[in-house]
Design a protein around this ligand. Structure first.
Ligand code: MG
Length: 382
């Protein structure tokens, strides 16, 4: 194995697990985290959760599961190239979307609106809650008892108000410190993955046309190069060849720009990383092209009327489920009823009923949410 950089996260400089455990035998602590995530229930649910398209719309679109695997692949490559902890990077990437509601961002927005009077709903916090509390797989503790740095990477954003309730994990948001480079890599790998696969899925669905992408410099440039080298290339192969080149260009730009920033900051320890500026990122030119790509997707795909119709319906499903359960907790499965009647274990959401309903809804897959909605509202199936 290549030697890792002195400022990479390691078992030696790690803040460890909340509950002490015997060390693993044939793998590192961070490999153990990765394995725990892969074996979790929440991870398997990602297969049936939407990225942009609702799960049943087509067999070839990305789901949160394939998205997470793509993020992990990109992140691991980047971490290894920068001599960082690729096991940690992979663990964070595979866990980064575990707290997502059904129906993608529409679901998150809807649940957040429902939870507004109770402290809100934020998928980053829910991902953390999933690995810290909700998973029930181990006799000795709730959750997965992950390493501090894996949890730190999962909690990408946090408001100062929420951070105050979050022990040492929240401190960096109050002290304006950066997370590990491994966590920073996952944030960027997430962007590279979804911007590129949403172009692919958008074209596949027919909601966007290849001609529209002339206005996106990153796509236009690589499509032109591919056509120049392979004049007969067209159709899906041209799209795939172009996207492959876009990802390659973004990753190599990211590596060059990040290496330069790391060299300038000259960190010696992990502590130096926490006190430096964000060091993982694109060059200014690539950052501008990336913004252009994102803007294109916002205007042409995420706001496409067919996507808006779908997200509007999804919002109604979440909203109606929430109101119905809040009005009558006897409709909840017994485990959630019990939670709703007890005391909340979450300082951010002190209302046990809201906490329990939000946990139940956030854990649903797209199709489970639709089925629950039918079971509760479709007359004729009493
Ligand atoms: Mg993601």
């Amino acid at each position: 194995m290549r030697e890792r950089a002195p400022y990479a996260v390691s078992e030696t400089n790690s803040k460890g697990r909340r509950q002490t455990e015997p060390p693993p035998q044939a793998r590192s602590e961070f490999q153990r985290d990765r394995d725990r995530i892969v074996h979790s229930t929440a991870f398997r649910r990602l297969e049936y959760k939407t990225q942009v398209f609702v799960n049943h719309e087509g067999d070839l679109f990305r789901t949160r599961l394939t998205h997470s695997i793509e993020v992990a692949q990109l992140a691991r490559t980047i971490a290894r190239a920068l001599d960082l902890n690729d096991d940690l990077t992979e663990a964070i990437a595979l866990a980064h979307d575990l707290g997502h509601t059904p129906f993608g961002h529409a679901g998150q927005d809807a649940l957040n609106a429902c939870m507004c009077a109770f402290g809100g709903f934020e998928h980053n916090l829910q991902s953390l809650r999933t690995v810290d509390r909700l998973e029930e797989r181990y006799a000795a503790f709730d959750g997965l008892n992950l390493m501090f740095e894996t949890r730190e990477g999962i909690l990408k954003h946090c408001s100062p108000d929420n951070a105050r309730h979050l022990d040492i994990l929240g401190r960096r948001f109050l002290d304006n410190q950066r997370p590990s480079l491994e966590a920073q890599i996952c944030n960027l790998a997430d962007e590279v993955a979804y911007n590129n696969h949403d172009i692919d899925d958008g074209l596949r669905s027919g909601l966007i046309q290849i001609e529209q992408l002339d206005e996106v410099d990153l796509f236009a440039r690589h499509a032109a190069q591919a056509r120049a080298e392979y004049p007969l290339l067209g159709g899906r192969r041209l799209i795939h060849e172009t996207i492959r080149r876009m990802i390659g260009a973004q990753v190599s730009d990211l590596l060059t720009a990040s290496r330069r920033r790391i060299a300038d900051a000259a960190p010696k320890t992990l502590r130096d990383i926490h006190h430096a500026q964000t060091l993982i990122g694109f060059s200014p030119a690539m950052a501008a092209e990336n913004r252009q790509l994102k803007n294109f997707l916002h205007e042409n795909l995420y706001r496409h009327y067919e996507v808006v119709r779908m997200t509007n319906k999804a919002r109604r499903v979440i909203d109606e489920l929430f109101q119905t359960f809040m009005n009558d907790i006897r409709l909840l499965p017994p485990q959630y009823q019990q939670m709703a009647q007890g005391e909340s274990d979450d300082p951010l959401i002190p209302d046990a009923r809201a906490r329990s309903v939000a946990d139940y809804i956030a854990g649903m897959t797209d199709r489970y949410a639709m089925k629950e909605h039918r079971r509760l509202f479709a007359i004729g199936e009493i």
